[in-house]
Ligand binder design. Sequence first.
Ligand SMILES: *Cc1c(COP(=O)(O)O)cnc(C)c1O
Length: 385
Amino acid sequence: MTIPLSVPHISGNEWKYVKECLDTEWVSSAGGYVDTFEKKIREFVGARCSAACVNGTAALQIALKLAGVEPGDEVIVPTLTFIAPVNAVGYTGAEPVFMDCDAYYNMDVEKTLNFLNKETVYRSGRTVDRKTGRRVAALVPVHIFGNAVDMKPILEACAGRGIKVVEDAAESMGTRYKKDYLDGRHTGTLGDIGCYSFNGNKIITTGGGGMIVTADKKLAFEMRYLTNQAKDDPVRYVHNRVGYNYRMTNLQAALGVAQLERLQEFLEIKKNNYRYYKERIDNIPGLRLADVPGYAENNHWMFALQIEQKEYGRDREELMRIFSDNGIQTRPVWHLNHLQRPYRKCRAYLVERALRMLEITLNIPCSVNLTRKDMDKVLEVLKNG
Ligand SMILES: *Cc1c(COP(=O)(O)O)cnc(C)c1O
């Protein structure tokens, strides 16, 4: 492919910082860059505590454990998302309950509230699913493609019901609410715990990596403890719980620190590219570039093209093939999770819109290093196939 969908942009201090790790031989899971990266992320997103770990999926697994999710519980998740948060629920032994999406691909807030009001009861500090008798222990809003979830009603609904909120902000590093909504806070810092990913396709990368953030000092202690093999005595190696080897390495963190230095610039580029595409795509009959929520400053991680087949004349599959023939990588939305084999028997609540969104959407190249020429080539294919 000559124009990939989403690739890293390495053009700052990455070589310098990684070389320093190699020169000093601090390459593993201790070292100054891990601490620095944790601190810089904390400062950037406005979180009180942070812990770096091996990847975003591991971050979610630990976050759910810290939220008190136990085998046999239920956790509310969107059906339209990359499978990572769903698998993280699976690792805890709990069952996902799948929610439909809204116009921005995010968990539908109204349906989620309806589910809580109509399908659950709250008694003695626990919310229980009437139909299954299981405790609803947590809810995982995922900020899909960088679009901020409308968190206010979700936080309010969960607060009085003993339901923990674990935010999956893997795709939304850089997305914050506008000043007049939720105090302009950064996605990932509103729930009890938030998780980020620095996988190679995200807006900034450490090769592979993740971060857990929280405002709760007790949880912060536990997330360090659990991601570091639950060492109660680090000299004599006494372990009172089953821990995990989930620490980020200094090499990865060095990359992260260099990438984070560029993030503000990346966000500007993404915003400009989004505008460039949007002005032109929305003028092609039958096509539009997905809108983003008005209550947030978006990181524009992914650009979602929406196809009205009747008007445009081609459907998603056909367009994908034409792009591919032209050396341009595109990707449909993930197969819906309530239809994935391991989760087919789990509860799905009135899923409708997600089916349609999947059908009409094709993600188009969005890397930070995309050139005008690349974008014009994409537009040319859209216009003339
Ligand atoms: C990328 C991603 C993750 C975490 O993925 P890792 O590859 O494990 O870092 C989690 N949730 C969503 C929605 C993602 O897109």
